[in-house]
Design a protein around this ligand. Structure first.
Ligand SMILES: NC(=O)c1ccc[n+]([C@@H]2O[C@H](COP(=O)([O-])OP(=O)(O)OC[C@H]3O[C@@H](n4cnc5c(N)ncnc54)[C@H](OP(=O)(O)O)[C@@H]3O)[C@@H](O)[C@H]2O)c1
Length: 395
């Protein structure tokens, strides 16, 4: 257990601790997560880079990985860098799959990277909840300059998922309707923007909450056409109202990251021959659908996993997708703003950053304090209605 993790080298100066959020075994994050301070990184071996993480998101799947409920498994950290004796007596896992890092030292034989470059990870479950790591050059990719730090830190998981789901399953034309649940998730926010950019209409569902009006306003400002709550699906009049606002044809694509009963109820807005793509199961409930949907409306059910997309595509295709997302200009509330003002002289902008909160882990704080901060935020996320993407920033 964690008590057996033992620091063999003196920790670096407290102000810039070389830290990571780790777990010695799978389990509930609020019980197994802790923080450790590593010795400073050695110089990187050939073909490797030392990086400093700038921002590292906490995604729902990261929690599932720690719980051992995810398809991809992390590898335990046994060595800090190739050829370096490990600093702890027990192997352990470093949390996090996604993140933005800055190159701070370049090993021999590395081509194409220099100190100061911003990179993201191509290797799955690399352990990004850390202040610094040594990475092989093949495991990173430079990020386009256009991206803000927040967009770059969140660019490998959610926007590509949204983009691919809107392009891979149904040949959508301007005016077509896409329906989705979890519309306020980071994926959902990207779906709204990318769909709106393509002239698609979106029918969005979210959970009810105290500040539902402001949540609806913020999704409309991203380009959402209709936003309703799952509770609305229980109200016959509202259902009729929704049916009258969408075309008689219904939605040809439905995106599901929630499952459970509300998802079943949403299928009444589907067109004949529609495709339902499942990519998450936030409610932890099964997806149960009436058989009649398959018989009388020829429903097609598919799944999507961005990790598999990466495994099936080349590094160049991955770079192209990231560049496409960097160059994507999305319509938004900017369209409604007086174009004569200086503020928004263009009527299109880059993909908006997801609603987020940056959790700074202070260098001067102890490992215990830092671990407590992370456990608390994950516990809030597990409680639901957290409403923003949390990003770790190690000082
Ligand atoms: N298959 C793939 O390749 C892929 C890629 C990216 C993401 N995903 C999955 O997509 C989902 C969204 O990811 P994200 O990073 O965009 O999430 P996120 O920004 O952290 O948002 C989480 C979303 O889940 C909702 N939610 C949480 N608990 C819920 C519950 N019990 N019932 C209904 N809704 C609930 C939240 O609604 P509230 O605000 O109401 O809590 C929010 O809309 C996750 O399941 C994630 O694993 C899959």
């Amino acid at each position: 257990m964690l008590a057996s993790i033992r620091i063999l080298a003196k920790p670096s100066a407290a102000r810039h601790a070389n830290r990571a959020i780790v777990y010695p075994s799978f389990g509930n994050p609020s019980e197994v997560l802790t923080a450790v301070t590593y010795p400073d990184l050695s110089s990187p071996p050939p073909k490797s880079l030392n990086v400093r993480y700038i921002l590292s998101p906490i995604n729902p799947a990261d929690i599932n990985v720690i719980e051992n409920k995810y398809h991809s498994k992390p590898s335990p950290v046994k060595t800090l860098a190739e050829g370096t004796v490990h600093a702890f007596s027990e192997p352990h896992f470093v949390g996090g799959n996604e993140g933005l890092a800055e190159v701070i030292e370049v090993g021999k034989g590395v081509e194409g990277y220099k100190v100061g470059d911003r990179v993201v990870l191509t290797k799955q479950q690399s352990g990004t909840w850390a202040s610094a790591r040594t990475l092989h050059e093949d495991d990173v990719l430079k990020v386009p300059e256009e991206f803000s730090d927040v967009n770059a830190a969140t660019i490998t998981v959610n926007p590509p998922t949204a983009y691919n789901m809107l392009h891979s399953f149904v040949n959508l034309r301007p005016g077509d309707l896409v329906i989705q649940n979890g519309a306020n998730s980071a994926v959902g926010q990207a779906v709204i923007q990318i769909a709106s950019r393509r002239g698609l209409r979106t029918l969005n569902f979210v959970r009810n909450r105290n500040d539902i009006i402001s949540l609806k306003e913020s999704l409309h400002s991203l380009g959402a056409d209709h936003v309703y709550t799952y509770d609305d699906l229980k109200n016959k009049e509202t259902v009729q109202q929704i049916k009258s606002t969408i075309t008689h044809k219904g939605a040809s694509l439905m995106l599901n990251c929630v499952s459970g009963d509300p998802t079943k109820d949403m299928t009444r807005f589907l067109a004949e021959g529609a495709t339902l793509v499942s990519y998450g199961a936030m409610s932890k409930q099964p997806l149960s659908l009436p058989t009649s949907l398959f018989i009388f409306r020829d429903l097609v059910c598919r799944g999507f996993w961005q990790t598999k997309w990466y495994a099936d595509h080349s590094r160049e295709e991955r770079e192209d997708l990231m560049q496409t997302l960097a160059e994507l200009k999305v319509s938004s509330c900017a369209d409604d703003v007086d174009k004569t003002t200086d503020v928004l002289s263009n009527d299109a902008q880059q993909l908006q950053e997801p609603e987020h909160e940056i959790l700074t882990l202070k260098g001067a704080a102890s490992d215990q304090e830092v671990a407590q901060q992370v456990r608390e935020i994950i516990s809030k996320m597990q409680g639901g209605r957290y409403g923003k993407k949390a990003l770790l920033k190690f000082e």
